[in-house]
Design a protein around this ligand. Structure first.
Ligand code: 13P
Length: 255
């Protein structure tokens, strides 16, 4: 069963409002009207509505980089799932490694955020991945298994029809050290096998798994060529419309 490629641009804490609008317009322009799989932009919170407005009617959708798990209340500085939905965004990153390492999101917090996203109808991109020391001591699969187990605990396949998983080895993020296509494929295949055991073979065959970590136009084709890599989650290279469009175009043709 062919899975539609899905490539996301995680802008992280970059751009101002005018820059975000210009980048969204430029990405839309570069991609043209041809459907090149699913394309997602993850701008900073304050620019979600403006970016959603700029890509309305195109094949590009918008997501937030994080959310808070509470629905509302005295949580100064936090952003709820309903707030994100009200901007026109449809997706949300959950458990990005920078949220885990810089902001202290534990596996349990990630699980709560994932539930809050699902309850509000947001399509979650659940990020997992090992640190360099974990790869070196041979615990990559164990780390990814733990992250998936806790995040998806108690959830049913029916609730997760729109789930996207992003495998982002922490040592490859922002370092220029991309995982080789073979290294990435090995973990993607492992994640798919895990999903088959936890849910079903059909669920695993349908679920899209993105790779993230120093993806560029020049290495995207080799990554996309791997059978279990269904898309890219791009940081730095997504801030340049040309480069991001080249990565999207490296994806397999839409079935
Ligand atoms: P880079 O592409 O800058 O390595 O970032 C990857 C990432 O963290 C995407 O979420």
């Amino acid at each position: 069963m062919a899975r539609t490629p899905v490539t996301g641009g995680n802008w992280k804490m970059h751009t101002t409002l005018p820059e975000a609008i210009a980048l969204a317009q430029e990405v839309r322009h570069r991609l043209g009207s041809q459907r090149l799989g699913d394309v997602l932009l993850f701008p900073p919170f304050p620019f979600l509505a403006a970016v959603a407005d700029k890509v309305a009617g195109s094949h590009v959708n918008v997501g937030a980089q994080d959310l808070h798990f509470e629905a509302k209340g005295a949580f100064t500085g936090a952003v709820s799932a309903a707030m994100i939905v009200s901007t026109g965004a449809t997706h949300v990153l959950v458990g990005h490694s920078e949220r885990r390492s810089v902001f202290g999101d534990t596996d349990e917090i990630v699980a709560k955020k994932l539930r809050a996203a699902l309850a509000a109808g947001l399509k979650p991109v659940l990020c997992v991945g090992e640190q360099l020391a974990e790869r070196q001591n041979g615990t990559t699969f164990a780390v990814v298994d733990r992250q998936l187990t806790v995040a998806l605990d108690g959830l049913l396949a029916d609730q997760l029809q729109h789930l996207i998983i992003a495998y982002e080895p922490v040592w490859a993020i922002g370092t220029g050290l991309t995982a080789s296509p073979e290294q990435a494929q090995e973990v993607h295949a492992h994640i798919r096998a895990w999903l088959a055991t936890r849910f079903s073979a059909a669920f695993a065959a349908n679920c899209r798994i993105q790779y993230g970590g120093s993806v560029k136009g020049s290495n995207a084709t080799g990554l996309f060529a791997q059978s279990d890599i269904d898309g890219m989650l791009v940081g730095g290279a997504s801030l340049t419309a040309d480069e991001f469009a080249a990565i999207v175009r490296a994806g397999r043709a839409v079935p």
